[in-house]
Design a protein around this ligand. Structure first.
Ligand code: ACO
Length: 403
């Protein structure tokens, strides 16, 4: 389809396609039985109430950004794009490395994505769908050509390990997708993004800005600072209501019906929530991708991780219509319809293997350049202290910065 552009001439319509995907989970597994030693619970209770059997827990040297980076590199390999070809990096997370700099900026630097803008997106477990929508809008408008959207979490670091109502549910991990502009029809077709802030007190993590000096409980409502709290029952009712409603709305926007859907990739919170959604939509529960038994609820990372596993299991065919649906803190919820397209066959690119090697070399160069820059900055500071005449030093720093 050809639409008139701002100059009145005709420009081909642009579509945002998912052309790369990748996931990363920590090696350490925490089984339900292991939790029995931490809080008063049982494998049987957790399995029957949630469907979860085990979850992954980040090691000491792993973080939201390091998991996100691994997933992003894999997604770039599948997309066969270089970091320098990425225009925008969005990291959906509730467990960022810092309030700022953003986790997205850390990943941008580690990847060497020198032409990309980067920011974190806070919409709890709906964050990944929000992020894909933001990236797809920017691509369809023609303002960018390629984007990396990452859902990454280290929930284990914000859990209250004395609260059995939450600590048994969550796990750590990351998933990423690359979106790319194309004139081939398909890709992200529609989205529904919603929020109901009046339910903000149902789940959250109080942090900077929560403290009232005269009354420390005022903003945190008595919840522990930096620790997650949740009213599970109320969130359960909210989730079962909004999944069906928002998927149906996204289908209408895309001009489709539930019969057209081949697969639903839902946020992985609870097997019973997914069963209730299947009943509400009057579909077989097998249409849902479910892997929460192995990873628990990884918040913003759960949808891209499930998507990766669905691709690996060969559950997607070209032109299939699939739905993403997420819900969580905010309250927020979001659904999206995507037409899965094999863009690689539509726009042939060659040399994938040698490009992979070139990407690995570029990551190595970026790492050393970053270390060198840091070193030169420390050296500069040191020399400044012992010699305030800075001419020669500045020249050295400029040379390193140009590398
Ligand atoms: N082990 C054993 N017993 C437990 C545990 C546990 N881990 N947790 C709670 N119980 C007990 C309760 O104390 C209660 O006991 P009581 O009847 O004597 O008072 C009983 O089990 C039932 O508790 P409920 O909270 O009613 O259990 P429910 O069936 O609702 O399941 C759960 C709780 C799993 C948390 C469920 O409500 C749920 O999954 N909610 C949705 C969570 C969710 O989807 N979150 C997504 C958003 S997350 C985000 O955005 C970051």
């Amino acid at each position: 389809m050809v639409l008139p552009n701002s100059e009145g001439t005709s420009a081909p319509r642009l579509y945002a396609h998912i052309v790369g995907w990748g996931m990363a989970v920590p090696e350490k597994i925490l089984r339900n039985q292991d939790l029995e030693a931490i809080v008063e619970t049982s494998d049987e209770w957790i399995r029957t109430r949630t469907g979860i059997r085990e979850r992954r827990i980040a090691g000491e040297r792993e973080s939201t950004a390091s998991l996100g980076l691994k997933a992003a590199r894999k997604a770039l390999d599948v997309a066969d794009l270089f970091p320098s070809e990425i225009d925008l990096i969005i990291v959906a997370t509730s467990t960022p490395e810092n309030i700022f700099p953003s986790t997205a900026s850390l990943i941008q630097n580690w990847l060497g994505a020198s032409r990309a803008g980067a920011f974190d997106l806070s919409a709890a477990c709906s964050g990944f769908v929000y992020g894909v929508d933001m990236a797809a809008q920017a691509i369809r408008s023609g303002s960018i050509k390629a984007a990396l959207v990452i859902g990454a979490e280290t929930m284990s670091r914000v859990l209250d390990w004395q609260d059995r109502g939450t600590c048994i549910l969550f796990g750590d991990g990351a998933g990423a997708v690359v979106l790319k502009s194309s004139t081939v029809e398909g890709g992200v077709l529609s989205s529904v993004l919603r929020s109901d802030g009046s339910g903000g007190d149902l789940l959250g993590i109080p942090t900077v800005g929560s403290e009232d000096l005269d009354n420390p409980d005022f903003f945190t409502n008595g919840h522990k600072m930096h620790k997650m709290y949740m009213n599970g029952g109320e969130v359960f009712k909210f989730a079962t209501r909004v999944i069906g409603e928002s998927i149906e709305e996204a289908l209408v926007k895309a001009g489709l019906t539930i019969e057209d859907l081949s697969l639903i990739v839902p946020h992985q919170a609870n097997q019973r929530i997914i069963q209730a959604a299947a009943r509400a939509l009057k579909v077989d529960v097998d249409i849902f991708v479910v892997n929460l038994d192995r990873y628990g609820n990884t918040s913003a990372a759960s949808i891209p991780i499930a998507l990766c596993e669905a691709v690996q299991a060969d559950r997607m065919r070209p032109n299939d219509y699939i739905a993403f649906t997420g819900f969580g803190g905010g309250l927020t919820w979001a659904s999206m319809i995507v037409q899965w397209t094999d863009l690689k066959s539509a726009e042939t690119r060659t040399g994938v293997l040698s490009n992979q090697r070139r990407r690995q070399i570029s990551y190595w160069v970026v790492r050393w350049r970053s270390q060198l820059r840091r070193l030169s900055k420390s050296l500069n500071q040191f020399l400044q202290r012992i010699n305030p005449r800075r001419g020669r030093i500045m020249r050295l720093r400029d040379k390193v910065d140009q590398l």
